[in-house]
Design a protein around this ligand. Sequence first.
Ligand SMILES: O=c1ccn([C@@H]2O[C@H](COP(=O)(O)OP(=O)(O)O[C@H]3OC[C@@H](O)[C@H](O)[C@H]3O)[C@@H](O)[C@H]2O)c(=O)[nH]1
Length: 459
Amino acid sequence: MISPRRPSGVSPTSNSMSAAQQILGSANMSESPAQSPTSGERNDRLWDMSSFRHSLPEEGGTSSTSNTAAGAPAAGTSSEEADDGTPKPMRGGVSLDTVRSLYGPNTGFGGLRRSNSSVIYPGGPPEFPPVKKLNPLQKKRILVSGGAGFVGSHLVDRLMLMGHDVIAIDNYFTGSKMNLAHWFGHPNFEMIRHDVVDPIMLEVDQIYHLACPASPVHYQSNPVKTLKTGFFGTYNMLGLAKRVKARFLLTSTSEVYGDPEEHPQKETYWGHVNCIGPRACYDEGKRVAEALTYSYARQDGVDVRVARIFNTFGPRMNWHDGRVVSNFIVQALKGDDITIYGDGSATRSFQYVHDLVDGLIALMESDYTDPVNLGNPEEYTIKQFADMIVELVNEHRARYGDDGKTSTVTYLPAVADDPQRRKPDTTRAKEVLGWAPQWAAVDGLKETVAYFYQMMHQH
Ligand SMILES: O=c1ccn([C@@H]2O[C@H](COP(=O)(O)OP(=O)(O)O[C@H]3OC[C@@H](O)[C@H](O)[C@H]3O)[C@@H](O)[C@H]2O)c(=O)[nH]1
């Protein structure tokens, strides 16, 4: 696990960066200020865009030492920092600093490159993050459905940095082009506006099928469309996989366990779902997606993988996403009431998005075909989680002399069919993938609070 990162005690006037930029930097530093460069220097270093100011001819120049570009399970690669404070490579030999730079300051938080060049680049070609150079045997053509979404865009980033050809498709219902703007124009990258409920024909080696709204607010806003996405979207992606003999990975969900009677939830548990309730469009949509996936595997020999994703959070969550992490952070930053649905005793287990991306790639590259839970087993009640977020937001604000109003908790009526307890049993992921979460929830939250703080102050 990453050790909790201590506040670095920086002063708001210590450099010309915004308070939010300093927070973003300090949230990820653990050195003592007395022994370290000034906070400004450290933040400059951490978020230094020069680390990826390479034009295409220099691609392949990443600092990576590991050659897991094809994504072979790389037990031991992690986002943890080494003893000397240098972040270790993430799965695929990608550096954490590079990944962070794609959602950090100066990138417009969608990764929009700040460049003096006009549309036709008279000053030379645009600058891109440093992608690895793979030989043709290693390089894969990979389709990511839902690639412009919160999780999808982090997955695209990682696959691109690993050196693959990536095609992202998205209907932008909940995703945003801004999440991938830093790759526009890169010859390894294509972005297609497409809704997976309609068929599409592409030549690819792998398909990560993520497309589907994941926030209860969003998926319940048009339940028939959610069900169509669950069935027809998966059907079309599987049909494509069958035709072009691509390996197919379905991102399923912990919601297939419903309001579980087994705790923690193992992959062998069949679940406890209300098939006529308001969540059924998503729960049952994902259950039928799993059923379709294994039917294509049995009937047509499609090479399939299924990840059951537990609650996940991180930068690039939509401000209006509606899920608990972004809701609570935004409310705490604004000094609004923290809205707990029910009495706050329901539990969830939250994983940081980089761990999920590690797990998805490890699963895709493994030989394992049964479903695998991907989640962080650290379990919190929603009330504990609310208190933790308010404390983190207050800590950050206090450090920068921002004495915004402290939020108080307000209790609203419980939502229908809300699962009361949820925690993954990740034994299988450990055994078959060598995967375990590397980020404590609190560490991921610090980065996420900083991300939302900057979003709030950039306009
Ligand atoms: O403002 C809020 C939002 C949410 N909550 C509560 O916080 C808990 C978590 O709610 P979220 O909306 O974040 O997510 P849920 O766990 O209900 O669903 C999620 O499950 C796993 C994923 O597949 C999906 O991202 C999503 O469906 C629930 O108990 C919910 O009632 C609040 O108390 N207040």
